[in-house]
Design a protein around this ligand. Structure first.
Ligand code: G4P
Length: 295
């Protein structure tokens, strides 16, 4: 996944984002770190921890509608073990969104009590929303505020002004200042972000990528994989990803002239279906493999 690293990694821009986040910290009470529930580890930029320093934080596992519910529960338990507040929700149906404000109030209960003791009742709670591109920040802010977060393209050089959104009486959200890029410090991170579609396909070899995804699914989610593509588990045990891809293309009748299997088309189908949760609700980062939560 060297290609992902070289194209999408912009250390200079990360430095700028860090500075912008740091400069806003004094204005806010807490940070909501949005994560993709399918990849709670890979979708977290590990540098964020040192940037937000000791500000209270809450991990928001978004896109739960597409993640394996058993695994999401394990992640919530892991965060709890680590003393980190976390909630699971999805911006598609809106499930879990109503747990956000109470969870933040719980996180800030000592601070709120102090405010109340000082007669500052009703002081506005201010929370900064951060997350790598595509985790659902716009969807979350739009859903919570019933406003439209200005769509600004996430790419280097495009700046976003400070944007505040009121989501309830005495509760404001501050949009991420700048773009928080993912960090490809582990090859698995880049690969998993590519599987879910958070790394643009036009820079990737989709046949190789879907082959790797098929190997992952064979080893971790064999049942939904075999069911979807009418494969026999024993037939694919020793195959390379590319061979599984060929098998799927053949079964689906995807042929190019001359009778060869159209693996490019098969690759696009596999990636699209995985990203659309057609194979079911699947989680790629397992809590037990990532006890060093990065947030
Ligand atoms: P960002 O601001 O962090 O970059 O993310 P954004 O809200 O733009 O969301 C990225 C994509 O993820 C969007 O899809 C959005 O609809 C989808 N999404 C966000 N939250 C959820 C969720 O909880 N569940 C599901 N299933 N999808 C979610 P898109 O195809 O890029 O755009 P659109 O055509 O859906 O608007």
């Amino acid at each position: 996944m060297e290609e992902i690293k070289s194209i999408q990694w912009f250390p200079g821009h990360m430095t700028k984002t860090k500075r912008k986040i740091e400069s806003q910290l004094k204005l806010i009470d807490a940070v909501a770190v949005l994560l993709d529930a399918r990849v709670p580890y890979s979708s977290c930029n590990p540098d964020l921890r040192s940037v937000i320093n000791n500000k209270p934080r809450i991990a928001v596992l978004n896109k739960c509608d597409m993640a394996d519910p058993k695994e999401t529960k394990k992640w919530i338990n892991l965060f709890k073990e680590k003393g980190i507040a976390s909630i699971a929700l999805d911006c598609k149906t809106g499930k879990g969104l109503n747990t956000f404000i109470p969870a933040v109030k719980n996180l800030l209960s000592d601070k709120i009590r102090t405010w109340n003791e000082k007669g500052m009742t009703g002081k506005t709670i201010k929370v900064m929303v951060v997350g790598i591109p595509n985790v659902g920040k716009s969807s979350f802010i739009n859903r919570m505020s019933k406003q439209n977060r200005a769509k600004v393209e996430d790419r280097p050089g495009v700046t976003r002004g400070n944007q505040w959104f009121t989501i309830g009486k005495g509760f404001d959200l501050l949009d991420t200042p700048g773009v928080l890029w993912p960090k490809f410090d582990d090859p698995k991170v880049g690969e998993r972000l590519a599987f879910i579609g958070s790394v643009k396909d036009n820079i990737l070899d989709t046949e190789h990528l879907s082959g790797r995804l098929l190997e992952y699914l064979r080893d971790n989610y064999a049942e939904p994989l075999c069911m979807r593509y009418k494969l026999n588990k024993d037939d694919i045990t020793d195959l390379q990803g590319y061979e599984i891809l060929e098998m799927i293309g053949k079964k689906r009748g995807m042929l190019v002239s001359g009778g060869e299997t159209d693996t490019e088309r098969a690759a696009a189908t596999v990636l699209d279906e995985f990203r659309g949760a057609v194979l079911g609700r699947l989680t790629l980062d397992k809590a037990e493999e990532h006890t060093d939560v990065r947030i």
